[in-house]
Design a protein around this ligand. Sequence first.
Ligand SMILES: Nc1ncnc2c1ncn2[C@@H]1O[C@H](COP(=O)(O)OP(=O)(O)OP(=O)(O)O)[C@@H](O)[C@H]1O
Length: 267
Amino acid sequence: MSARALQCEAVSLHFGGVSALSDVSFDLSAQEIVGLIGPNGAGKSSLINCLTGFYAPQEGHVRIGGRDIRGLDPRQVSLLGVSRTFQQAESLSGMGAADVMLLGRDRFLSSGFLAYAVGWPSARRRERQARSLVLELATELGIADVVRANTAYENLPYGVRKLVDLGRALACEPEILLMDEPAAGLTSEEKRVMSGAIAAIRDSRGIAQLLVDHDLGFVSALAHRLVVLDAGQVIATGDNATVLADPRVIDSYIGRPDTEVTTKEPL
Ligand SMILES: Nc1ncnc2c1ncn2[C@@H]1O[C@H](COP(=O)(O)OP(=O)(O)OP(=O)(O)O)[C@@H](O)[C@H]1O
């Protein structure tokens, strides 16, 4: 993967008459966390969907490791090393915590009936390796107990579900991780744990991370730099202190009670 893991070049996306993204450009380098912030409806989720092949922007280019993803479906984009977490911890009723994390290994385990019939020892070996990798990740994320016990996902506290979802996204060993509001709906203690987990990933793996969240304190404590979207446009980009002091950024957040505007010192 090149030093610039992801490039988003002049991306525009419209839904009928609604402009969700307009001429959005930024890039993300290996081992870097970029925070993507912006008020409700700014276009953050739409951008993540463009970066993962869920949406095809009408204009512009998204390149992963230098390769233009135009025409690729989400599975093909994931094979380029892109993984994501979701805004809502998914409802995966009937699955255990380990099962959910193993979903992230699906593309490595996908053997058809024939492969199992003919080459089952290698298929079994891959499954053993997947389970061991998932447990290693779970230990790193502080959720080894629930993964070892394969505790029902739906019975886990919300904050633990979000960590399991993060583990699922990491289980495919991505080079780029896109996190859609990992702190949304968490208590302050759960946010502290999530923040520690993201910092640990940053320190232990060379993954490029795009961190999207409303909580500016949470994002700025983790991100190396910030990109701010408002009404589908990039209104500011740069180091955290400069961006958070930018009058356009302050204006875009004033009077929006859904947004926490407190900031913290970087971890
Ligand atoms: N599938 C869709 N069809 C039509 N309009 C959409 C669709 N998805 C998003 N939009 C519109 O695009 C704009 C950007 O929405 P988006 O969900 O990307 O913003 P966001 O920054 O993620 O918001 P939030 O913080 O509330 O999740 C909004 O005007 C939204 O209504």
